[in-house]
Ligand binder design. Structure first.
Ligand code: 6GU
Length: 240
């Protein structure tokens, strides 16, 4: 997989050389290219933003640098353009699995109040475009979100994980939050590991873990247990 990042803060993406994506580079699973968007500006001040038509606070990223970047990077139908934005589709394990199937991702990191809509409309004429949100809160720009999407995707690439079982067992792969985990020592500061985990009875351990996962999910993320069209009391809302 080839990954390109368009950003006015290329240093933000230095973290890609560490951690999971760094290992994937070393293994030859991914190729990473971080680009300073100002490379595709032509004025003395290397301007990438301007005030919004129609008025309002903040600045909007101008379309031309992105357009020239798409041309130089040969963004085409083999590419998915990923645009981190709080107004995007929520990032889920399912979306990460879908992005992991693609041969090429180009991340467009916006700052200020966002990117001129024509960047997305134009990109959609030559590539697949996915606007992705990390959740219902606002970050200052797309860089941290691009890192999060990258890490969620890259660890799913075939050949990345040493232990395939750990991919299956973790939170969200089975639609539940993960059960709590413990390691040595069996007793620490007066706190004991649940005895069932020391019993050697693998069926009982699996059942205990399942119950813990269900209880956690019910307490923290009841939305994961309920179809969207059911209300909190289980009533049917076909319009949802
Ligand atoms: Cl993807 N971008 C920004 N700027 N803010 C966010 C976000 C993304 N997801 C949640 N907040």
């Amino acid at each position: 997989m080839r990954l390109d990042y368009l950003t006015i803060f290329p240093g933000y993406l230095d973290a890609l050389r560490e951690s999971l994506p760094g290992k994937a580079v070393d293994k030859g699973l991914i190729e990473v290219h971080v680009h300073d968007l100002r490379r595709w500006t032509h004025d003395r001040h290397r301007t990438v933003d301007d005030s919004p038509f129609g008025g309002g606070a903040g600045m909007v990223m101008r379309p031309e640098p992105f357009g020239e970047a798409f041309d130089e990077l040969e963004v085409d139908a083999s590419t998915t353009v990923v645009v981190p934005t709080p107004s995007g589709t929520p990032l889920t394990q399912e979306l990460a699995r879908s992005l992991a199937q693609r041969s090429r991702l180009v991340f467009c990191c916006g700052r200020y109040e966002g990117i001129d809509q024509r960047v997305l409309d134009h990109a959609a004429t030559r590539a697949e475009v996915v606007e992705v949100s990390l959740g219902d809160y606002v970050l200052n720009g797309g860089e941290v979100a691009a890192l999060a999407v990258t890490e969620a995707v890259v660890r799913l690439l075939p050949g990345f994980m040493g232990n395939a079982a750990s991919l299956v067992e973790e939170s969200h792969e089975d639609g539940l939050l993960e059960h709590p985990v413990y390691t040595r020592p069996a007793s620490w500061r007066g706190l004991d590991v649940p005895p069932v985990l020391l019993s050697g009875d693998h069926a009982r351990i699996a059942a205990w873990r399942r119950t813990q996962a269900e209880e956690r999910t019910a307490a923290r993320r009841p939305d994961l247990l309920r179809p969207a069209s059911l209300g909190a009391a289980g009533e049917w809302h076909p319009e949802r």
